[in-house]
Design a protein around this ligand. Structure first.
Ligand code: PBG
Length: 325
């Protein structure tokens, strides 16, 4: 009997053969590491729902950055935890806001480091929404003005990339115009173009203290059931002048990452969000999974799905593990 079949196992027979045909790789340059900077001094609080992730005050920033640089990580994304919050999120666009100060500190001492500034109001507003609130509504156009002010003050402080995460319509157009007008036409926009209204952000809201005080974010963040809408969102941001497109969350949305990759020719960034981190950590701390293997598999899966860059709380661990291989 003559059988006809393909011998796929030929290319899997040894570690070196597998390395030869490996299609995707993780590198330290792929990662953007999130930092939570809290106002005040001598503070290093572990986020209870995110073991290994800390809110740090500025006096811990030097040692934190030294570690990040020594690992070969080339970019960080900054989130601020201000001492004071108000209706309009003034600390988001204050020239001496916590993110502006941290940006100046890093760019002064580590000029090569790429500092990405998350541009949003939710960490700074007393109501915890990402825009200006009137009654129980989050106003679109009124929010744009404050987001532009925030982006410009972040650029002034030296941010290399502006990453607006607020999901107001027109935020890329408004921020691009505002940056250009202020003389920052060279500063790129990494748009959170496709951002779902997700329960996976829960632990981040502990870390950034940004839980909405009423309602939810469903009138501005996307419905997890939708796929075509992701292409509409990405298309507007491309037309408005975005330089990078973020898809967020990561793990449950890999189909969307592939759609965005196939339809647009900008670098695609995936945000491996807090809830994804917490789930893996919890299982690892219970000894239920092999953390290193799970994390590296998850991250390379994101690259396979089409991500060029990965924002992840696992960045430092991943680089350490990659160096061990
Ligand atoms: C701010 C913002 C959020 C995240 C990043 N930027 C929270 C939110 O939209 O509620 C989530 C990141 C994470 O969960 O790791 N708008």
């Amino acid at each position: 009997m003559e059988l006809h079949f393909s011998r796929h196992r030929r290319l899997r027979q040894s570690a070196n053969m597998r390395a030869l045909v490996r299609e995707n790789h993780l590198r330290a340059e792929d990662f953007i590491y999130p930092l939570f900077i809290v106002e005040g001094e001598k503070t290093k609080n572990e986020v209870s729902s995110m073991p290994g992730v800390f809110q740090i005050s500025m006096d811990y920033l030097q040692e934190e950055m030294e570690e990040i640089v020594s690992l070969g990580i080339k970019s960080v994304i900054l989130f601020g935890v201000p001492a004071e919050k108000d209706e309009c999120g003034e600390q988001a666009y204050h020239d001496h806001g916590i993110v502006q100060e941290a940006t100046r500190f890093i760019k002064d001492r580590f000029p090569e480091m790429i500092v990405v500034a998350d541009t949003c109001l939710c960490e700074y507003t007393s109501h915890g929404h990402c825009g200006v609130v009137e009654g129980d509504r989050v106003l679109n156009d009124a929010s744009l003005e404050l987001l532009v002010k925030t982006a410009v003050s972040q650029a002034k402080a030296g941010a290399d990339i502006i990453a607006p995460s607020n999901m107001m319509d027109g935020f890329v157009a408004a921020i691009r115009a505002g940056l250009d007008e202020a003389g920052f036409e060279e500063v790129p926009i990494m748009s959170y173009a496709v951002k779902y209204s997700s329960a996976f952000y829960g632990p981040f809201r502990d870390a950034a203290d940004s839980t909405p005080q009423f309602g939810d974010r469903k009138t501005y963040q996307m419905d997890p059931a939708n796929r075509m809408e992701a292409l509409r969102e990405a298309e507007s941001d491309v037309n408005e002048g975005a330089d990078f497109l973020i898809v967020k969350p990561g793990m449950p949305y890999l189909d969307i990452v592939r759609d965005v990759k196939n339809n647009f020719n900008l670098p695609v960034v995936i945000y491996n969000v807090s809830g994804e981190y917490s789930m893996v950590k919890a299982a690892a701390l219970n000894g239920w999974i092999d953390e290193k293997k799970i994390v590296l598999e998850m991250l390379v899966g994101m690259k396979r799905a089409g991500a060029d860059l990965i924002i992840t709380y696992f960045a430092k661990d991943a680089v350490r593990w990659l160096n061990e291989e």
